[in-house]
Design a protein around this ligand. Sequence first.
Ligand code: IPM
Ligand code: MN
Length: 330
Amino acid sequence: MSTHKIAVVGGDGIGPEVTAEALKVVDATGVAYERIDYDLGAARYLRDGVVLPDETLGEWRSMDAILLGAVGDPAVGVAAPAGLVERGILLKMRFELDMYINLRPFRLPPRIDCEVIRENTEGSYAGEGGFLRKGTMQEIATQGSVNTRFGAERCIRYAFEKAMRTERKSLHLIHKKNVLTFAGDLWQRTFDIVAAEYPEVTTGYDHIDAACIHFVERPERYDVVVTDNLFGDILTDLGGAVAGGVGYAASANLNPDRTGPSMFEPVHGTAPDIAGQNKANPIAAILSAAMMLDFLGENAAAERIQKACESPERYEGSTTDIGDAVVAAL
Ligand code: IPM
Ligand code: MN
């Protein structure tokens, strides 16, 4: 088998620390890979103004995966627009490399075992909108949401396929179709059309606000969930919070067609307040690396890591202690 080519972006804040632990665990599984490190993130931007060069993006196109820690720093927002680095790196790679699925699993036995499938290339994230008369009392700001039949359908299809591989075979669409009558209508109609091809899957629909209550009060309601980009962003932070904390929440930005690499990153951010103190929980990064191995076909190694992360008493201690404990548990 050929060696997997993996781009590694530790990034900012706690990103490099948790990524180091994730790679330590990957190394311990014995899976062979070629690692190429990239110095990108807010620190790099503040140093020399580089966000994500086209050349780098070009190199990534021929790689198998990108393992990312976290990028961003509030300091960027002082000299440049807030979120410049996050958009310029994360969103750019999601869009340019067509990582149209953002897969975020949540597990906290006995009540939580669900996977949120977030559309990752459209919606409010598409950047549609602008200002008119900026800075005046008559200022107008619009921010559109781009929803294509193609984009919704490929995401919904992926979700049905996912649901077929679960025990309950249950899939909920989450949106706000009572108010977002155009986008919601497109999503629901597309969902219904695809559903006809999957008679074994039990389907449901919840509004996003109600889904937030269900996530907290009866998370066992959900098996596989599919939703748009912004609702998925918000719902997966909530998912992390209810399933033991965002320190355990892993994610995969998938290009299921494999026309480019997929990217794996914890749901959490850079946590600058605890950066460099060996305090961050690396489990989310380690589980993201397990998702990466799974996607690369290293299913046995992925499963070993997942099992090793399961025992809650191993989650105690410093960043490096937890990494060591997971290695020991492999
Ligand atoms: C996430 C993050 C990003 C998003 C930000 C950093 C742009 O919150 O991956 O959930 O909104 O998608
Ligand atoms: Mn988010």
